[in-house]
Design a protein around this ligand. Structure first.
Ligand SMILES: [Ca+2]
Ligand SMILES: [Ca+2]
Ligand SMILES: [Ca+2]
Length: 215
């Protein structure tokens, strides 16, 4: 049986560095601007993207939708056209040395059930602060984009007490994709509400991400 995969197998390289930026507001990583099957590595740690002091383990790669010129087998990603996935099981970790609080969230598309854990130590160590449980929903109600087997993206998040410093992404290599990884909120993809529509904020709060879902 041939399994559907998110992308061709490959090897990524990453660098280690000490994150320096403290967290305060909600931070969203959309992975746009990273190359197809290029390591996320230190992109958000002074390596080209906004320097949030977030470092990803070497097996963690970005991948661009095949419909946008890359090699990714997905559709309807919440922030086109790039997502994050990984090619080595049990080796997908991000470190946020400055720490963050309140919540953690993202959108995912997966062919397998998985658990993602939030820790208060670096490298998936220390106390377990929270767990996000993923289901095998990636192929549900597929269509559009116009192509891509991993078509269904679901928001998932957790609130926690304490200061989190690392995330251990569970799941099976090449079978789970992530996008809009969000620190400081249990609702993924949140962005600050502009002052001009602040009064409508309560009414629109539920539309922020739901409008991004597949129509
Ligand atoms: Ca797409
Ligand atoms: Ca696609
Ligand atoms: Ca994206």
């Amino acid at each position: 049986m041939i399994r559907k995969t998110l992308g061709a197998l490959g090897m990524g390289l990453g660098l280690m560095a000490a994150p320096m930026v403290a967290s305060a507001a909600v931070i969203v990583l959309d992975f746009e601007g990273i190359g197809d099957q290029a390591p996320v590595g230190n992109f958000y740690n002074g390596g080209g993207g906004t320097n949030y002091g977030v470092e990803f383990s070497p097996a963690t790669l970005a991948i661009i939708d095949a419909d946008a010129g890359g090699s990714g087998n997905f559709a309807n990603e919440p922030s086109p056209n790039t997502i994050m996935f990984f090619l080595q099981a049990n080796n997908a970790i991000l470190n946020f040395a400055a720490g963050f609080d309140t919540g953690f969230s993202f959108f995912y598309s997966s062919s397998t059930a998985a658990s993602v854990n939030v820790y208060d130590g670096l490298g998936g160590t220390g106390n377990l602060l929270g767990t996000l449980n993923l289901t095998a929903q990636g192929f549900n109600n597929c269509g559009g984009d116009p192509t891509g087997d991993f078509c269904n993206w679901t928001p998932v998040g957790v609130n926690f007490a304490g200061i989190a410093k690392s995330i251990d992404f569970g799941g099976t290599a090449n079978q789970t994709g992530f996008d809009d990884i969000t620190f400081g909120s249990a609702t993924p993809g949140q962005t600050p509400i502009p002052g001009t529509i602040a009064l409508l904020g309560l009414g629109l709060a539920g539309l922020g991400w739901s409008s991004r879902k597949k129509a």
